[in-house]
Design a binder for this molecule. Structure first.
Ligand code: ARG
Length: 593
């Protein structure tokens, strides 16, 4: 929309990118014969300055032994510093450290100005620009009549954050729920219903269908134990897939019942997603495989059709020996549909890490097929994640109970516990509606945050006490920090937008400067997040932000101080980046707790 485009036009590069541009100029003028990309990184220790340029060692290596080559890397570093163009960003002449690191301190005035213009023009100007216009994020994707387990919860949370981040950057993002709604389980399930329910398929009421978990378990037990039932179940799949109306109607009802269950969870979590299950691709699978065979990409293997991918030990199966299509065939179809029809320039698939092998095969096969073109290929990522473990360190089993029920219970418990915490603080000074709303935000936020803060590839322990800790790296702590800032702003009692138009922002106290620097690092945090699609970059950022704010607030008086206006602006800027980061994490802010 218009507002978005306007923001896009005024976007500012990240601090790191802008500093790198300054160093690019210096590198080029000091060493015109050698072309290198500037290596500029944030330092991890304040005594090394704010950023570091690390090109000197590399350049020294490239020139060594040549005529007139510098004697030591620090000579190279000095030459780079000498060639730096005048820049309002850099506070003073950079210092050298170690074998040739160049340490840069940013000018406080420059940081203040950057923050000030964000206050005037909005946080949208701090979204990193992208060359991708359209993305597809495939996430959540539970299986109908089977289970929506904690793995699907992880996929939902991570996928939603990736989609939110892309949307914030102005990328048109299609969120797809690749629901498992088309497999052998349906033959089994429908046959079982037809044989055991009074009145058969027609007698099945919606209530019964909503008890899918039970029906699924019963039918699975029969399927495993009874050869004759197995044969009838297989025949039922064929009947369903060839369009039998009665079977299709039952299938539709089963999907609808599952969908209602899943939707209840999405609604609680505030996740929007398009239901486009495996069945969507069914009509194209037959001809897709025929094309692969005709072009010699798929080959026979004991009656099945498979596609071999360079360097992989196993092939991708695209047609089973009984003529049926599977998960792999459908995913070949998703590739083509998303690249050709949806015109996606970036495809993301979010599933457990256990499917990494599957996606390697699918993407490899897609390249052989040509659906992923060699020239200008779209960016394609499989975003894998680890397991969720119980407090005992063992995998959380959701088989024994209705898994969706278990998920709902987890959400309920988080919310209830937060209700207790908030009540303790506010006593009677809170309405029932506010209490309900705030404890949902806090409870569901806590679950999301506890998930997102881990490196996504590692397993993590699901632990209520830890995720609801008021003082740790938790959503609860972040929500308190935000509410605290909001209350300071309220206490000053001025219209911040008006103050921003007239007052100056300055970062004189070291605690102000440290906080200001963290605020302007918002953009590069998002850049880093997109490199390896790691939401924990966002949680690390906001945690550090909250800590620096807390130091600032301990050391610097805001309301009633002589720096009141400037500090008010710094508070507001902190609150804005905090809210934006929370929003990317799928967490609504609280203004009062
Ligand atoms: N339904 C699958 C599962 O539960 C996940 C689907 C992921 N998306 C895909 N295009 N394969 O594991």
């Amino acid at each position: 929309d218009g507002a978005h485009l306007a923001a896009a036009a005024q976007r500012v590069p990240s601090v790191r990118t802008e500093l790198a541009a300054t160093f690019r100029t210096a590198l080029h003028s000091a060493f015109p014969a050698i072309s290198v990309e500037p290596i500029v990184v944030a330092t991890n220790q304040a005594r090394h300055g704010d950023y570091q340029c690390n090109n000197a060692m590399q350049l020294f290596g490239r020139m060594k032994g040549k005529e007139g080559a510098p004697k030591k890397p620090t000579d190279v570093a000095t030459a780079i510093v000498d060639a730096l163009p005048a820049s309002s960003m850099i506070a003073e002449r950079p210092t050298l450290a170690g074998p040739g690191f160049i340490n840069v301190k940013l000018s406080h005035g420059w940081i203040s100005e950057r923050i000030h213009s964000m206050l005037l023009q909005g946080i949208g100007t701090w979204a990193p620009p992208f060359k991708y216009k359209r993305a597809v994020v495939d996430f959540s994707s539970p299986n109908v009549a089977k289970e929506m387990h904690v793995g699907h919860l992880r996929s939902t949370i991570i996928g939603d954050t990736l989609a939110r981040s892309l949307e914030f950057c102005g990328v048109d993002t299609l969120r797809i729920n690749h629901v498992g709604d088309w497999g052998t389980q349906f033959g089994m399930l429908i046959q079982h219903i037809a044989e055991t329910r009074p009145g058969g398929l027609e007698g099945t009421t919606t209530e019964e269908v909503s008890d899918l978990q039970k029906l699924y378990k019963e039918s699975k037990a029969r399927f495993d134990a009874d050869e004759d039932f197995k044969a009838r179940a297989r025949a039922a799949v064929t009947r369903l897939q060839s369009g039998d109306t009665e079977f299709q109607e039952t299938w539709r009802r089963i999907c609808e019942a599952s969908r209602n269950e899943f939707d209840a969870i999405y609604q609680r979590l505030g996740v929007h997603i398009l239901w486009r299950g495996e069945s969507f691709y069914n009509p194209v699978l037959k001809s897709l495989v025929e094309e692969l065979i005709e072009r010699g990409i798929a080959e026979d293997s004991d009656g099945a059709q498979v596609v071999w991918v360079p360097k992989e030990k196993v092939p991708l199966m695209v047609r089973k020996s009984d003529g049926g299509f599977g998960y792999g065939t459908t995913d070949m179809a998703t590739l083509r549909q998303r690249i050709q029809d949806e015109k996606a320039e970036w495809l993301i698939y979010v599933t457990d890490e256990g499917q990494a092998g599957h996606f390697k095969l699918v993407f490899g096969a897609g390249r052989r097929w040509g659906t992923i073109p060699e020239e200008n290929p779209p960016r394609i990522d499989h975003v894998g994640f680890g397991l969720v473990l119980g407090a005992d360190g063992k995998r959380i089993r959701t088989r024994d109970m209705g898994a969706a029920t278990r998920l709902v219970e987890l959400l309920d418990e988080a919310k209830e516990r937060c209700k207790g915490t908030i009540k303790e603080r506010r006593g009677d000074d809170i309405s029932a509606e506010e209490l309900d709303e705030s404890s949902s935000i806090m409870g569901y936020g806590a679950i999301k945050y506890a998930d997102l803060k881990n490196n996504r590839k590692t397993d993590y322990k699901f632990n209520f006490d830890e995720m609801l800790n008021l003082n740790g790296n938790t959503a609860v702590y972040m929500l308190y920090a935000h509410a605290r800032i909001a209350s300071i702003v309220r206490k000053v009692g001025k219209d911040v937008n008006e103050v921003a138009k007239t007052a100056k922002l300055s970062l004189d106290h070291p605690a102000e400067a440290a906080l200001g620097l963290q605020v302007v690092r918002f953009t590069e945090t998002l850049e880093d997040m997109f490199i390896d699609l790691a939401p924990n970059r966002l949680t690390e950022y906001i945690y550090e932000l909250a800590n620096l704010f807390s130091t600032f607030y301990t050391e610097c008086k805001v309301a009633g101080s002589e720096n009141e206006d400037s500090r008010l602006l710094l508070c507001e800027a902190t609150a804005i980046v905090m809210r934006q980061t929370l929003s990317l994490l799928g967490i609504k802010p609280l203004y009062r707790i």
